[in-house]
Design a protein. Structure first.
Length: 227
């Protein structure tokens, strides 16, 4: 039986990536554009885990199907973990990549400790609440000025020691080998047979709830981790 899993995004690039990664498994990856109007989820969690779980659970409850979501960002030691969950809006709502980078470099201007990391959390939730969590992390440093033209976000100022380049100077294959998201996705693919078994067990424990299109309210459901 082919299992439908919803990728809780409207980003076509992410959809293609997941479809390619999971093409050898009995799953059909759909996304939010394949369904009717679904409200956006406010990403107001204090951690990447909070936001990834909230987005995945919202989609799972709304559609009555297992759902996957991810959240990621940059954490800088000298800035006490900032920009963190606010990475995409560090310089304000709807900030451009350039504005976020400019603010980061301004904040780091007098800092000698340049250590930083990209972090990613992937959450796979079922409508009743439980979720699996996968994490990826990539250590690096913040450069003094942007270098490279590839990638997006903070890539031009994130120096990767493994390649002696910034993320914006790496090609896609190089970046996928070392990136936070690449590592988290690699773990998901490596354990996907176990994930499918977990989904089947969770979805047959009780009659699946009817799709819930009411406003999302976060509840303290338990979460599981693959070991």
């Amino acid at each position: 039986m082919v299992r439908i899993i919803v990728l809780a995004t409207r980003n076509s690039g992410k959809v293609r990536e997941f479809q390619q990664l999971l093409k050898n498994f009995p799953v059909e990856i759909k996304n939010l554009n394949d369904f009717g109007p679904i409200p956006d989820v406010e990403e107001d969690g204090k951690t990447f885990d909070d936001n990834a779980y909230k987005k995945a659970l919202f989609a799972a409850k709304a559609l009555g199907l297992p759902a996957i979501s991810d959240d990621s960002g940059l954490v800088v030691e000298a800035l006490n973990g900032a920009p963190g969950v606010k990475s995409a809006r560090y310089a304000g709502e709807n900030a451009t990549d350039k504005k976020n980078i400019d603010k980061l470099l301004e904040e780091m201007a007098d800092k000698n400790d340049r250590r930083a990391a990209f972090e990613c959390v992937i959450s796979i939730a079922v409508p009743s609440g439980p979720a699996l969590t996968y994490e990826g992390r990539c250590e690096g440093e913040i450069t003094r000025e942007p270098q490279g033209t590839s990638g997006f976000g903070y890539d031009p100022v994130f120096y990767c020691p493994e390649y002696n380049k910034t993320f914006a100077e790496l090609n896609s294959d190089e970046k996928n080998r070392v990136s936070h998201r690449g590592k988290a996705l690699g773990d998901v693919v490596a354990e996907f047979d176990k994930i499918l078994a977990w989904l089947e067990a969770r979805l047959t424990e009780a009659k699946p709830p009817k799709p819930d299109h009411s406003q999302f309210e976060h509840n303290d459901w338990s979460k599981d981790k693959m070991v």
